[in-house]
Write a protein that binds this ligand. Structure first.
Ligand SMILES: Cc1cc2nc3c(=O)[nH]c(=O)nc-3n(C[C@H](O)[C@H](O)[C@H](O)COP(=O)(O)OP(=O)(O)OC[C@H]3O[C@@H](n4cnc5c(N)ncnc54)[C@H](O)[C@@H]3O)c2cc1C
Length: 334
């Protein structure tokens, strides 16, 4: 068996394992099965117990590393130093790392790449384990969608090691039938990397689920007409227990926060239901939401591109549909 695959779990502001970490673990497990590699989870945070147990729902072995200084340090240097020490002490150095393509994940990948002298493949939209071909040894093949999804690429590492950053919502997280075990580890010699101290943490409060985790997303585009148009969508999202999303046109117009932008330069989402109002369905938007299970679009233009990939395409004025839908949902809620 060759070098193993390590999945680095990430936590949210409350210290809980992120949904993306479960997705990364699930994707890594499939790689491990196909390539006969051991897959191990690693959680490095101030209080790792809860998140490590959550990651063990997906992986048979998880290493929990306590790093008290993470309370006021940016994650990447602290995690990178611990992982390099753990990898050096491991019986066999891991060959591949799977991380979430988040700001912290990208930071960490950069550091690990330099410290371990291995390559990085970013923004993976798909992962498979393939046999050797075209001068690339057997190993992970990483699918990416550069140029706003106009081009699909499949890449492999030329050495038999590397770091993969998986985009959110590309894989459905599937727990193991029986949870794995957590082993607490204290790495010996930890590198002294230049730390970045966090001066202030501000957790933004928002009602309802986050856009990455919501089962229902109510998205608005330029057709919503202005910031007031989003009030109706917020009400709909509230009635459906969902989150509000937006196209870049709506965000660029200043009608709604960038945090809600979906697409190539925004977030990738995979809700059960994606309701789009006045969003034309440009390729740069589509790449961020096309894996939604059901797409329902309302647009007054029968030729809007979103009609080509929506499961249900309603040609209507959203100014009539949004209040009618909200009234019907309110009536149903009694
Ligand atoms: C490098 C790059 C990156 C990009 N990244 C992103 C990204 O991350 N996310 C993103 O979304 N875009 C992104 N874009 C922009 C993208 O190309 C589109 O311009 C954008 O998605 C269009 O937003 P929209 O659908 O809201 O607006 P439009 O394309 O203008 O569509 C508005 C739709 O609303 C409909 N409409 C208008 N009034 C009504 C009404 N009363 N009732 C019903 N329907 C109505 C119209 O018929 C139209 O179909 C990017 C572009 C580039 C070049």
């Amino acid at each position: 068996m060759g070098g193993g695959i390590w999945v680095v779990g990430e936590v949210d502001a409350a210290g809980a394992l992120t949904k993306l970490s479960g997705e990364a673990a699930t994707a890594a497990r499939a790689l491990g099965e196909a390539g006969s590699r051991e897959v191990t989870g690693v959680v490095v945070v101030a209080e790792p117990d809860g998140a490590a147990a959550s990651l063990a729902a997906f992986l048979s072995t998880v290493l929990a590393v306590r790093a008290p200084e993470m309370a006021d340090r940016a994650a990447s240097a602290v995690v990178a130093a611990r992982i390099v020490a753990l990898a050096a002490a491991a019986q066999e150095r891991p060959a591949y790392f799977v991380l979430g393509a988040t700001p912290d994940g990208r930071d960490l990948a950069g550091m690990l790449s330099v410290l371990l002298e291995i390559g990085v493949l970013v923004n993976a939209t798909g992962l498979t384990w393939d046999a050797a071909a075209d001068g690339v040894p057997a190993g992970p093949r990483v699918e990416m969608q550069p140029f706003g999804g106009r081009v699909l690429t499949s890449s492999g590492f030329t050495g038999e090691c590397g770091i993969i950053l998986l985009r959110p919502n590309m894989v459905t997280a599937e727990p193991l039938a029986e949870p794995g075990s957590v082993e607490e580890r204290t790495p010996g010699e930890v590198l002294d990397l230049p730390p970045v101290r966090v001066i202030e943490r501000v957790v933004t409060e928002s009602p309802g689920p986050s856009i990455e985790e919501a089962r229902v997303i109510v998205a608005g585009g330029r057709g919503v007409g202005g910031p007031d148009g989003f009030a109706g969508l917020r009400e709909l999202a509230g009635l459906l227990g969902g989150a509000v999303g937006a196209s870049r046109a709506a965000v660029d117009a200043g009608w709604i926060d960038y945090a809600t932008q979906i697409g190539q330069t925004g977030k990738t989402v995979k809700p059960a239901v994606y309701l789009a109002f006045g969003v034309s369905g440009a390729i740069q938007h589509k790449v961020g939401m096309q894996t939604a299970e059901t797409i329902i679009a309302v647009d007054r233009d029968p030729d809007a591109p979103i009609g080509e990939f929506a499961d249900l395409f309603v040609v209507a004025d959203l100014a009539a549909v949004v209040p009618a839908l909200a009234a019907a949902l309110r009536a149903r809620a009694g």
